[in-house]
Design a protein around this ligand. Structure first.
Ligand code: M6P
Ligand code: ZN
Length: 228
């Protein structure tokens, strides 16, 4: 009796699986693709600004030609040597819609004239893409500018602070401290970098040292101020 009951229970459960089996063989059910496990984990050093498995990009002072307002100060600094200005190490574990990439940035301290050392700054090629910046160490600010250049915003980027960069917004990182500014940027894989507009017209504002404090000032006002 028990044997009969067991056999019919097993038969029933096999029969119940059949429709699912047939269905799944006809429907293309996308398997969950887990990329190479090693690329899913990376360790970063919040003070050294390194990231395991990242692909590195280095910007030297000469790469910043045309970005700083005080060209005399820029030329005399460059004459002392083409030093490393900032380094970025990016991890791209997956591509396509929904995927995220991230990078650690290490921006050295210093000034060109009164302007603090900064990144080139960019829009995203896919304009709607936003980005999170997370400060790890050092002291800095993020300069944000709307696409039409009419709105600017300066936000602190320090350890334990996050800055959200909305889509359609140019963003530049600026080191206002005395030690390297280390931060993470997390962005959609499809964001892309568009440097063209900034290389051509730059940000409308500069961030300059006034009595030891960072001040955001209209570029034209700074140029005509006699401050350099
Ligand atoms: C962050 C991220 C990177 C970016 C880097 C340097 O780490 O936003 O995508 O490349 O900062 O900024 P930029 O590309 O403007 O030189
Ligand atoms: Zn970005």
């Amino acid at each position: 009796m028990v044997f009969l009951w067991l056999t019919s229970a097993i038969l029933c459960s096999i029969l119940m699986q059949i429709p699912t089996f047939i269905l799944s063989s006809f429907l293309t059910i996308k398997p969950i693709m887990i990329p190479n496990a090693a690329s899913l984990h990376s360790a970063f050093d919040p003070v050294m600004g390194t990231l395991s498995g990242g692909s590195p990009t280095e910007r030297r002072l000469s790469d910043m030609s045309g970005y700083y307002a005080d060209t005399k100060a820029f030329d005399s600094l460059l004459a002392q040597g083409d030093a490393l200005h900032y380094a970025v190490s990016a991890v791209a574990p997956a591509e396509g819609e929904g995927a995220l990439h991230y990078a650690i940035g290490n921006l050295l301290p210093g000034r060109v004239g009164r302007e603090y050392f900064m990144t080139k700054g960019h829009f995203h090629a896919w304009r709607a893409a936003g980005e999170y910046y997370i400060g790890l160490s050092g002291e800095g600010v993020m300069l944000l500018e709307s696409e039409d250049g009419t709105e600017s915003l300066l936000l602190p980027l320090t350890a334990n602070a996050a800055v959200y960069v909305p889509g359609y917004t140019a963003h530049r990182t600026i080191n206002t401290g005395d030690v390297p500014l280390i931060y993470l940027g997390i962005y959609p894989a499809q964001a892309g970098h568009d440097y063209g507009a900034i290389a051509e017209r730059n940000f409308r504002h500069v961030v300059v040292d006034v009595d030891g404090k960072p001040v955001m000032m209209a570029r034209e006002a700074y140029m005509g101020s006699g401050m350099f």
